[in-house]
Design a protein around this ligand. Structure first.
Ligand code: NAD
Length: 450
């Protein structure tokens, strides 16, 4: 009993003690940077989220959150009000005021498929010019293997008052805030004891329960690419297998369940869908294939995952076209635009290819997404957008479910089929049983279920 009381007092003391607040600047206030900055401020740190996009920063200062991420808006406004979280477009000043700088700028796909690290190099240049005290720099953007070393050398030419590390970001859009506090692991790629210890201090509350892996820069960079490429391959595998199941009379949902129960395989990322998309898998698979080629190597498995994904999106459109015979002059309702549910991110969403293909084959697309209409309008302005599921379905000749939003899972199938001119639907997320689709009067198809 005595020891239990002492232990409880100790734990209380530890939690009262809490995290040692650090002055942190996050460069790049996008999906990763904003979530990272907001969550770090929630841990008790003094955080500035800095970005070159003045409009984004002034909107954030006014309380307007530029992206949708469950729980993010609450955490941003709470910490902004308590002045633990601020926003700035004065990058130099934000760097000078920090002990730790996280870099979360974009690393998009260059024309040749490689990762374009121009934004990272520019951020590093500004850091190099503003190292007024010894600082720890932590790169969080996804980067080709060898980049941290390159950036270290670049900054070192300007000033030596810094330590650097690379800690890959593993958040999933749609559950990013949850993932920050409940990650499966944290990887610290560092060659400096000081940088490693600083990161351990910053995340000390989380590291009480999260496995932490220490390695060199290159290994940490490779872990991020290997993880994304493996998940992309898993998705491409199950999507190809869905076509095989349909051709042979098997049910892919049950096949996936049977596979997933094997602990060596696991159930995640085995749900057939319209193909992987988003700002990570497409660009990261291309980037690692490109880097391997530069080294004289060939990533046949990853290249196959990319090819299968591209091909799968076209097969989805062919399936829908077959259902409605041809698209000419027909209204096609595209339900869901974001690359997955619970995010408004449409970057590399399979919906883009699907919409463009339907249009190219003569269809008239009417798209609806609970959150992403305005983001998709920027990429594809010349289709119509509906403000509700019902509006999209009304008088449509065919419909396709692209994103697994709860709103679609809960749709009244009979009502939707009655609203349509012809009740034709491709359930590209396997949200509904064939029994329910039949009962609602649909002419339907799905992925890998007969
Ligand atoms: P994003 O495009 O949403 O945000 C990048 C931000 O950086 C933009 O707001 C841009 O204005 C800003 N920026 C560009 N140059 C800058 C500079 N010099 N100084 C300050 N700000 C600058 O990108 P994102 O989705 O947040 O991704 C960022 C990085 O994280 C990428 O490398 C990505 O691969 C990686 N990542 C993303 C995710 C994800 O789910 N989005 C997950 C893991 C890793």
């Amino acid at each position: 009993m005595f020891f239990r009381i002492v232990f409880c007092l100790f734990i209380t003391f530890i939690s009262l003690e809490g995290v040692q607040p650090k002055k942190i600047t996050v460069l790049g206030t996008g999906y990763v940077g904003l979530v990272l900055g907001a969550c770090l401020s929630d841990l008790g740190h003094q955080v500035i989220c800095a970005d070159i996009d003045d409009k984004k920063i002034s909107n954030l200062k006014k309380g307007f959150i530029p992206i949708y991420e469950p729980g993010l808006s609450e955490i941003v406004s709470k910490n902004h009000q308590t002045k633990r979280l601020d926003f700035s477009s004065n990058i130099s000043e934000a760097i000078r005021s920090a002990e730790v700088i996280f870099i979360a700028v974009g690393t998009p796909t260059a024309e040749n498929g490689s990762a374009d690290i121009t934004a990272l190099e520019k951020a590093a240049d500004v850091i190099g010019r503003n190292l007024n005290t010894n600082k720890v720099i932590c790169i969080r953007s996804t980067i080709p293997v060898g980049t941290t070393k390159k950036i270290k050398d670049q900054i070192a030419k300007q000033d030596s008052h810094f330590e650097i590390c690379f800690c890959p970001e593993f958040l999933r859009e749609g559950s990013a805030v949850h993932d920050f506090f409940n990650g499966d692991r944290f990887v610290i790629g560092s060659e400096s004891l000081l940088a490693k210890e600083m990161i351990e201090d910053v995340f000390s509350d989380l590291f009480l329960t999260m496995p932490v892996l220490h390695c060199n820069f290159e290994t940490a960079e490779a872990i991020k690419y290997a993880s994304n490429a493996f998940l992309a391959a898993k998705i491409s595998f199950i999507n190809e297998f869905a076509h095989f199941c349909q051709a042979t009379g098997a049910d892919v949902n049950v096949v996936a369940q049977g596979m997933g129960l094997d602990k060596r395989i696991g159930p995640d990322f085995l749900k057939p869908g319209p193909g992987y998309g988003g700002s990570c898998f497409p660009k990261d698979t291309l980037a690692i294939v490109h880097q391997a080629r530069e080294k004289g190597l060939e990533f046949k498995v990853i290249q196959a995952a990319i090819d299968a994904n591209d091909n799968h999106k076209l097969k989805i459109v062919e399936k829908l076209e077959k259902l409605c015979h041809d698209f000419h002059g027909k209204k096609v309702a595209v339900l869901g635009l974001s690359f997955k549910a619970n995010t408004d991110d449409v970057r590399y969403s399979p919906a883009i290819t699907i919409i463009k293909e339907i249009k190219a084959r003569g269809g008239k697309v009417c798209a609806y997404d609970p959150l992403s209409n305005s983001n998709m309008k920027i990429i594809i302005p010349d289709i119509s957008y509906a403000s509700s599921l019902e509006e999209a379905a009304r008088d449509a000749d065919a419909a396709i479910i692209v994103t697994e939003w709860d709103e679609f899972k809960k749709m009244d199938l009979s009502k939707v089929s009655q609203l349509m001119k012809t009740p034709v639907i491709l359930d590209a997320r396997n949200l509904f049983s064939t029994k329910d689709l039949t009962a609602a009067g649909f002419i339907y198809d799905n992925l890998g279920r007969n």
